[in-house]
Design a protein around this ligand. Structure first.
Ligand code: DGL
Length: 280
């Protein structure tokens, strides 16, 4: 039987992905690791994000885990490719690391991921907005990968500095709502009157403030659910790679690089789930 699947993030945002994965794969065991001591990642230099992401994966591998899902857009955009192509084959051949960017690009374009032959989407052209951390926006990863497959799509990126910290620190609905309003106003300016069709909350923390995005965005705009899309993609991956699946008891374990006593407010991230974080 394969060991549990590891899911990690800079902090608590990846819990939104874990929740969806748990619903999609009820028998699967998962181990969650949040790098609360180092969150947020989104304003850090690239080299540091790579180093921190590798460290997170390695800490999960040291627990015997063989498949890790980097449930962090910033790490997926900045570090994942180098982890998969350079670090993994050299250090842990046979183990796997997946991210959260590929499933979204597949969902938006309707194309299965093929890096060498990306293909051309047959979906009708759309105007898509991506809200993300500064570093994810700077990487241009979503815009580049979508436009490569769907050249007629407009992808507008809006950074949301400070939003991850405000969510991690649970600063209260009024502050969170104001911040989201501010970023939606900035997006509106960028759109310059163009119609918005779909929005990606391209940071795993942002689903927690989705209701504020819904309120602030024009009605009728589709908000893609990254956690659900990623969970569906993981399920599909495990069907193709059953050697990584552990369909036994569905146990969940939670670890943090930070202080577990400071994580008592996290029920909102996985409603109905006792989040008993242990120190690493
Ligand atoms: N949840 C991470 C993401 O998806 C947050 C990054 C951060 O720590 O700033 O990008």
């Amino acid at each position: 039987m394969a060991p549990a699947i590891g899911i990690c993030d800079s902090g608590s945002g990846g819990l939104t992905v874990l929740g969806a994965c748990g619903r999609a794969l009820p028998g699967q065991a998962f181990v969650y690791l949040g790098d609360h001591a180092k969150a947020p990642y989104g304003g850090r230099p690239e080299a540091e994000i790579l180093e921190l992401s590798i460290h997170l994966v390695e800490q999960l591998f040291e627990k015997g885990i063989r498949l890790v899902l980097l449930a962090c857009n910033t790490s997926s955009a900045i570090a994942l490719r180098r982890i998969q192509e350079q670090w993994l084959p050299k250090n842990y051949p046979g183990r796997r690391v997946l991210g959260v960017l590929v499933p979204i690009v597949e969902a938006l374009t309707g194309l299965d991921w093929d890096r060498d032959n990306p293909g051309l989407s047959t979906y009708p052209n759309k105007n898509v907005a991506v809200f993300a951390t500064q570093r994810t926006v700077d990487s241009g990863a979503y815009a580049h990968q979508v436009r490569l497959r769907a050249p007629g799509f407009q992808v507008v990126q809006q950074p949301c500095p400070g939003l991850v910290s405000a969510i991690e620190e649970d600063r209260g609905e009024a502050i969170l709502s104001d911040l989201v309003q501010e970023f939606c106003q900035k997006l509106k300016k960028q759109m310059a009157g163009k119609k918005l069709d779909a929005v990606l909350l391209g940071c795993t923390h942002y689903p927690l403030v989705e209701k504020f995005f819904s309120e602030a965005l024009p009605s009728g705009v589709e908000i893609l659910s990254q956690p659900e899309i990623v969970a569906k993609s993981l399920k599909n991956y495990l069907q193709r790679h059953p050697e990584f699946a552990d369909d036994s008891n569905g146990t969940l374990e939670f670890f943090t690089t930070g202080d577990p006593a400071r994580l008592a407010h996290l029920e909102q991230f996985m409603p109905g789930q006792a989040l008993d974080f242990k120190p690493l």
